[in-house]
Design a protein around this ligand. Structure first.
Ligand code: NAD
Ligand code: UGA
Length: 449
């Protein structure tokens, strides 16, 4: 088995993950291959297709040395004996399982390409998030070419966007699932050796394939469920005069509950929580576990309700009509430090505000190119580089993304530029509300009286 590594799929996962492997394993050649010429050209340019703190420096160090971005999938597959598959697995929009199940067409196409192009035995590593027991299907596709042996491992990724490089460099754990056979154990060792270049041995967990695949779905479901739980409390706080940040603080001091992921806000966005929880709902239903399916579906419903509540409270605060009013959204990315807008709460809020016939002014330090695409079908939307321009003449500012830059804005200047009474809805609870009130703002926040 040679030491070189290929990754099929040069997206948010493939690019950063392989850049870190290239940096930490300078003696291995890493080929990141994709069918999208546009994506690969971007990876080979100064304007990378993914924004992540620290990523550009890493790519610039390794690109052309031991890190290569290519559209030549066949050459990458032939050159490397370890092949990651990190293609997209969106929610299916058609046929059986539409709206819930994962669409596995990209994953299957990648598996077929590997099978067709392989020139010797290969270890194929699932990096994409997949339904439990997908490795069986992967093996079936690969064995359509029985002249070579393919060993399928599961190695799900736990990084979060915005902190991808730090998460990859210092993972809580690396999970490797493989067949409990001599070939499976050998393949797992080969993959463990890659991570062992920088991850402490006790953090690399070896398990069976099904547990590994399911653990990834379970981890995302548990994280999403915590956000829906705290958001459910935020709604009750607003009705009762309690403060959700006080409640979260009390909860977080119980070591059994833990302090992370208890931030109330506009609900979770990002490409994975929604799709993975929906997939879990589908898997439960498929196995006749309707009560489990209903439980996990509640996590999604709660998330949608949170965004509806934000819009409803905005409408109520602006005298029950938004017609022709100007509303500035500060932040469009689904979280800070990324330009990614997939499933961003700002998008569903923007669409509901537009239905109320509000005029929208959108600003974001990284996500404007994506925001322009996401909202291309909506008339009356304006995009502003500067938050000051976005707020000019606005009736309300909704802070949708927790960019730290927003704390340092000259809010007195923003107040002066807005139509009165000026409303600010801090959906991330990140600003100094007392100071804003002193300036004359009416302030709304999530889960606060
Ligand atoms: P993405 O859409 O950014 O990238 C996927 C890439 O795969 C695209 O560039 C696409 O052109 C390419 N592709 C599709 N079919 C192909 C084929 N047959 N051959 C070659 N290339 C092909 O998606 P992503 O965000 O990187 O997610 C990929 C997987 O990783 C998903 O399963 C996701 O659930 C999982 N994941 C993502 C994150 C994240 O933070 N984005 C975190 C953990 C896990
Ligand atoms: C999430 C997981 O955290 C990763 O472990 C996982 O690998 C990844 O999904 C995936 O499978 O794609 P990511 O979506 O990039 O990572 O970002 P998170 O930091 O988890 O945030 C997700 C959403 O939840 C964001 O919209 C964020 O604003 C929101 N959130 C997060 C809250 O509303 N409250 C919190 O306390 C934490």
């Amino acid at each position: 088995m040679n030491r070189d590594i290929a990754c099929i799929g040069a997206g948010y996962i493939g690019g950063p993950t392989m850049a870190v492997i290239a940096k930490m394993c300078p003696d291995r050649r890493i080929f990141v291959a994709d069918i999208s010429r546009e994506r690969i050209d971007a990876w080979n340019s100064a304007a990378l297709p993914v924004y992540e703190p620290g990523l550009r420096e890493l790519v610039e160090t390794c690109r052309g040395r031991n890190l290569f971005f290519t559209t030549d999938l066949a050459a990458a597959i032939r050159a490397c004996d370890l092949i990651f598959v990190g293609v997209n697995t969106p929610t299916k929009t058609f046929g059986e399982g539409a709206g819930y199940a994962l669409d596995l067409q990209y994953w299957e196409a990648a598996a077929r390409t590997i099978a067709a192009e392989a020139n010797c035995d290969k270890v194929v590593i699932e990096k994409s998030t997949l339904p439990v027991r997908t490795a069986d299907a992967m093996a079936a596709v690969l064995h359509t070419h029985p002249e070579h042996t393919f060993t399928v491992l599961s190695n799900p990724e736990f990084l979060a966007e915005g902190s991808a490089i730090q998460d990859l460099l210092h993972p809580d754990r690396v999970l490797i699932g493989g067949p409990q056979t001599p070939a499976g154990r050998k393949a797992m060792e080969a993959l463990r050796a890659v991570y062992a270049a920088w991850v402490p041995r006790e953090r690399i967990l070896l398990t069976d394939v099904w547990s590994s695949e399911l653990s990834k779905l379970a981890a995302n479901a548990m994280l999403a469920q915590r956000i829906s739980s705290i958001n459910a409390f935020s709604a009750l706080c607003e009705k009762t005069g309690a403060d959700v940040e006080e409640v979260a603080h009390v909860l977080g001091m119980d070591h059994r509950i833990g302090a992370d992921f208890l931030k109330a806000g506009p609900g979770f966005g990002g490409s994975c929580f929604r799709k993975d929880v929906l997939n879990l709902v589908y898997l439960c239903r498929m196995h006749g576990l309707d009560d489990c399916a209903a439980y996990w579906e509640g996590v999604i419903r709660m998330n949608e309700a949170q965004q509806r509540r934000i819009v409803l409270r905005t409408v109520q605060a602006l005298f029950n009509t938004l017609s022709g009013k100007r509303i500035a959204l500060f932040g469009f990315a689904f979280k800070a430090n990324t330009g990614d807008t997939r499933e961003t709460p700002a998008l569903s809020v923007a669409r509901m505000l537009a239905e109320e016939r509000a005029q929208l002014m959108i600003t974001d330090p990284q996500a404007l190119p994506n925001a322009r695409k996401d909202l291309a079908d909506l008339p009356g939307v304006h995009f502003c580089e500067s938050p000051y321009d976005a707020a000019d003449g606005a009736d309300a500012v909704l802070v949708m993304t927790e960019w730290t830059d927003y704390r340092a804005l000259d809010w007195a200047q923003i107040f002066r530029a807005m139509r009165k009474p000026a409303l600010i809805f801090d959906t991330r609870n990140m600003l100094d509300h007392a100071a804003l009130r002193q300036l004359g703002f009416r302030v709304l926040a999530v889960g606060k009286p």
